[in-house]
Write a new protein. Structure first.
Ligand code: GLC
Length: 576
């Protein structure tokens, strides 16, 4: 029997608050220092009480873990690190019984090099059907010693690796990411059939949707032409990158020439086919695109009525703490989504980005570093947290669906002093440490302040106690442990809980956004109403007058409002 609240006019995902779980780092139930599916099951009550509507799990499939599971060796098996299919089924059914939907990650652009298909391709001659499932090409130059084109890997280094055939150098294969992540050939019908079968495998088990990894990457331009642009998955710099899509960059012309491996028109055919697969199932199943594309209008193409249901709003994420950029991102997203009849989505952090609490505490709070280490500028933790909490009130008041990255409800900062010896992200190694990488946002969560590993691991301790968490936690995590915040007025977790309660009570997720008279981004003020709630965000440097006799519903911190004024770096919800 379904425990889900009826949504008479719109499907659940149109307004859902979706919590991203990074399984390695969420909760460890078997004491080996690595998060697992049973750990997730044990925390579902916590998540339901937080007031979120769904969880999205980053990959937990069989994988050599060269890119923390985004290198899948078998799409239908659970990696023993995380448990097994029975653990998954139990987690899914418990989530459903608590009224939480479950979205799983799908990684269709590439497999692991340890996937059976790739192993078969390596053992097969060039031109064989097994090779045709991937992007194998002959090299250029004498004896094919040069890679087939000049593409660079998003993680740094070249995008091609040469294989050995019968003991001598042979063809090259494309990997937009790590060497251990060969790109699939989406010109091959067998690849389409296999991925649709994978969709059905998880749909049959009862999942409510898929987060589609690198959704803009599967189709490559015919002839694989050279390209001089430099691509990063996300970037705050001014090079010709995918992140040049953020509002502040919109004065810039689109990439010229456009990337030959991202956002090709051909990808949309794939999503139309997947849309038809999902339609065969009941319960409003959904697809959400991870697509770092240039323009909001291009992104909106992914959520046309016959394609995906949602796409992450990286424009909003990249806006940083800046009233004009935030306001522009809201305007652009609402407009572009409305044009195709899709609800907007909002997100501030994920497992690929420096946590926004830390980004917002940098001298330039719109900066987008690729990781932070001890040699880099260290964020102002308190300032970053204050701004992050204000941005949360902005986000949760917006109509549409919002994504929360695990730990942000505790106000967790990035681990900004993680030593190189602990780093695991391939981008750190492939750039010789120039990019610090994404490990700092992937540190295991603190659940209990006074326990070893801040209570990340539970279950029967192994001999000698639980293993240390797979990445070390900074000492500051003690202040943010879930048990120190629970029930404490003014804590970040209580702010999230209250905001989600008000959001649900007033159905803000399906509400209507209208800029309020106070809206003045040039002066650092973002202000809008959504039904009975008006949000005022003070990203400026002077206190902001609240309307006379304003009824404060929620403030971003206990001292944000005093004597009728809203302090800088704060936000407030007042009754409209
Ligand atoms: C996506 C994932 C990222 C991964 C990459 C390659 O961008 O979010 O974590 O490294 O794809 O699969």
């Amino acid at each position: 029997m379904s425990t889900f609240q009826p949504t008479p006019t719109k499907p659940w995902w149109a307004s859902a608050v979706i919590y991203q779980i990074y399984p390695r780092s969420f909760a460890d139930a078997n004491g080996d220092g690595m998060g697992d599916l049973s750990g997730i099951s044990g925390k579902l009550e916590y998540l339901a009480a937080l007031g979120i509507n769904a969880i999205w799990l980053s990959p937990f499939y069989l994988s050599p873990q060269a890119d923390a599971g985004y290198d899948v060796a078998d799409y239908r098996r659970v990696d023993p690190l995380f448990g097994d299919l029975q653990d998954f089924d139990e987690m899914l059914s418990k989530a459903h019984s608590l009224g939480l939907r479950v979205i799983v990650d799908l990684v269709p652009n590439h497999t692991s090099d340890e996937h059976a298909w790739f192993q078969e391709a390596l053992a097969s001659p060039s031109g064989s059907p097994a090779r045709d499932r991937y992007m194998f090409r002959d090299g250029r130059g004498i004896d094919g010693v040069e890679p087939p084109n000049n593409w660079r890997s998003i993680f740094g280094g070249g995008a091609w690796t040469r294989v050995t055939e019968n003991g001598v150098p042979g063809q090259w294969y494309l990997h937009l990411f790590d060497t251990k992540q060969p790109d699939l050939n989406w010109e091959n019908p067998e690849v389409h059939a296999e991925m649709e079968s994978v969709l059905r495998f998880w749909l049959d088990r009862g999942v409510d949707g898929f987060r589609v990894d690198v959704a803009h990457g599967m189709v490559k331009a015919a002839g694989l032409p050279d390209w001089e642009g430099q691509t990063a998955m996300v970037s705050g710099d001014e090079t010709n990158t995918l992140a040049s899509q953020s509002p502040a960059h919109q004065q810039k012309p689109a990439m010229d020439p456009p990337s030959p491996f991202f956002d090709q028109d051909g990808v949309h055919e794939i999503y139309r086919a997947w849309n038809r697969v999902l339609k065969e199932y009941d319960g409003d199943r959904m697809l959400v695109a991870e697509a770092w594309v240039e323009q909001p209008e291009r992104l909106a193409l992914y959520v046309r009525p016959d394609e995906m249901q949602q796409a992450f709003n990286f424009d909003f994420l990249l806006a940083g703490w800046d009233a004009q950029r935030m306001a522009a991102a809201v305007d652009n997203s609402l407009l572009a989504n409305a044009a195709v009849g899709a609800p907007a989505t909002w997100v501030l952090s994920n497992h690929d980005t420096v946590r926004h609490t830390s980004r917002f505490g940098l001298l330039d709070p719109t900066a987008f570093p690729k990781g932070i280490s001890a040699e880099d500028e260290q964020p102002d933790e308190a300032l970053g947290l204050a701004r992050a909490r204000a941005a949360t009130l902005l986000m949760f008041a917006l109509p549409g669906s919002a994504y929360v990255y695990q730990g942000e409800e505790l106000g967790l900062p990035e681990h900004t002093t993680l030593e190189a010896a602990f780093r695991q992200d391939p981008s750190f190694f492939r750039t010789n440490g120039v990019e610090r990488g994404r490990d700092g946002c992937r540190v295991p969560l603190p659940w209990k302040a006074s326990e070893p590993g801040y209570g990340f691991s539970s279950g029967t301790p192994k001999e000698g106690g639980h293993a240390a968490p797979w990445l070390p936690q900074p000492p500051s995590f003690a202040h943010y442990a879930a048990d120190t915040e629970a029930g404490v007025a003014g804590s970040t977790v209580e702010l999230y809980r209250s905001a989600l309660e008000v959001r649900a009570a007033h159905a803000l997720g399906v509400g209507t956004h209208a800029w309020a008279p106070q809206h003045d981004p040039g002066a650092g003020v973002v202000a809008f109403s959504n039904g009975p709630i008006t949000v005022l965000v003070n990203a400026g440097s002077v206190p902001l007058d609240l309307p006379p006799a304003a009824e404060v519903v929620l403030a971003s911190t206990l001292d944000s409002v005093s004597q009728g004024k809203l302090a800088p770096n704060s936000a407030v919800w007042i009754a409209s």
